[in-house]
Design a protein around this ligand. Structure first.
Ligand code: PGA
Length: 266
């Protein structure tokens, strides 16, 4: 963590939960965050499945926890069966959206060109876009991890103006670490986060790069979170499996808050 950047911890529920358990989980997350005095100390967000957004948003009420969508359309409206626009997300109370999760890049073939459009429309709508980047295992084994991620960053940001993307959160999620129980070592994460920040500096400027949050995702849990968050260029996490248990999610939020305090942030 770095004192200058407030931590961001997002819970990506993926295609899990049902309506009742989603509401229960939201209530439990709010209770755990309140109990730990954590709400307000970090930016926490939950990303439930689309059909539950409205109800989960109502459950969140006036809390500081951000509601977010797991994806959005690159189009504003029209004949796009099955897609959800950024306007619709905002309409049901979303303030954030995940873009380019590897399960969409690799599972559904979304490419940087499409993700650039999504990043543009989400940012223009005022949503905090959580843009995911990350290499596969074979790309890492070939020694190309940093080049692959830099290429994804350039493709996704393209020519977007700094004022358009000034609230973006970049999520580094090595594909081989997602849902596998294998995490990047804190040192590997730090190396990649620092490289991502350098690319942001080239795309924009050093001030932009110093302000932008770069979070880590991939098998983060209550036990390993603190060591990862203690790295100077890691500003929080995108949490899958462990976000489905309120206590674990709150412990990860606590690890972020404590790592931030230890770095001098408040
Ligand atoms: P995981 O998922 O924590 O279950 O590995 C992270 C993510 O996909 O965002």
């Amino acid at each position: 963590m770095h004192a200058q950047r407030r931590p961001f911890v997002g819970g990506n529920w993926k295609m899990n939960s049902d309506l009742a358990s989603g509401v229960e989980l939201t209530d439990a997350v709010l209770a755990s965050l309140a109990e730990g005095g954590l709400e307000g100390r970090i930016d926490a967000a939950v990303f439930p499945p689309f059909p539950y957004l409205f109800t989960v948003g109502r459950t969140l009420g006036h809390s500081n926890v951000l509601l977010g969508g797991q994806d959005c359309s690159a189009e504003a409206s029209g004949a796009f069966t099955g897609q959800v626009s950024v306007g619709m997300l905002a309409d049901v109370g979303c303030r954030s959206v995940i873009i380019g999760h590897s399960e969409r890049r690799h599972g559904l073939g979304e490419d940087d060109e499409l993700l650039h459009e999504k990043l543009a429309i989400a940012s223009e709508a005022g949503l905090v876009a959580v843009l995911c980047v990350g290499e596969t295992l074979s790309e890492r084994d070939d020694g190309r991890a940093e080049a692959v991620v830099a290429h994804q960053m350039r493709g996704c940001f393209g020519t977007l103006k700094p004022e358009t993307v000034d609230r973006v959160v970049v999520a580094y999620e090595p594909v081989w670490a997602i849902g596998t129980g294998r995490t990047a070592s804190p040192e590997d994460a730090q190396r990649m986060h620092s490289s991502i920040r350098a690319v942001l500096g080239q795309l924009y400027d050093s001030r932009f790069a110093a302000k932008a949050r770069v979070i880590y995702g991939g098998s983060v849990n209550a036990k390993n979170a603190r060591a990862i968050f203690d790295q100077p260029d890691v500003d929080g996490g995108l949490i899958g499996g462990a976000s489905l248990k309120a206590d674990d999610f709150a412990s990860i939020c606590r690890a972020a808050a404590e790592a931030w305090t230890a770095s001098g942030g408040h």
